[in-house]
Design a protein around this ligand. Structure first.
Ligand SMILES: [Zn+2]
Length: 156
């Protein structure tokens, strides 16, 4: 494909992700395919360790180093998401701009697509003088009832 716009097409499926690898000239090794398949099946944010464990549980034997190297390569090319957390990196299948709901009790991150009202974006642009082209919002909350006093510690 000679269309330069083709490489910026959003990745919405496993097929799109595989296509993007090929468009970028990345080798589609068996290991790389396994990792992409797993992330699209799981639709969660997983650590390299969890990805390694799950693949091996499925009988797909991949070495640690290979898992790490492939995750680095895929996230470096923007084919998968990489979330930096204080306890390490997590990888997800959604690579374009999206927001996260962070569960403080279960430690999960749920992907959500949030569209801010145009008036709010305009207000932010006027306040900062920055033309907003993309945004990612982090929401924090509890899946179950928050422990006593937890609301105070989040607010401060
Ligand atoms: Zn995400």
């Amino acid at each position: 494909m000679n269309n330069p716009g083709a490489t910026t097409k959003p990745i919405r499926s496993l097929e799109d992700a595989l296509e993007r690898c090929q468009a970028l000239g990345m080798r589609l090794s068996r290991q790389r395919r396994f990792i992409l398949e797993l992330l699209w099946q799981a639709q969660e944010h997983l650590s390299a360790r969890e990805i390694y464990d799950r693949l091996n549980q499925q009988g797909k034997h991949i070495g640690h180093t290979s898992v790490y190297q492939n995750l680095e390569a895929l996230s470096g090319q923007g084919i998968i998401e990489c979330v930096e957390r204080c306890d390490g990196r997590l990888y997800g299948n959604v690579s374009d701009a999206h927001s996260h709901v962070n569960c403080l009790d279960t430690n999960q991150i749920i992907d959500v697509t949030v569209e801010l009202p145009p008036e709010l974006l305009q207000q932010i642009e006027e306040q900062t003088g920055v033309k907003v082209v993309e945004y990612r919002i982090d929401f924090f909350g509890y899946r179950h009832a928050p422990p006593d006093g937890a609301a105070d510690s989040v607010a401060s």
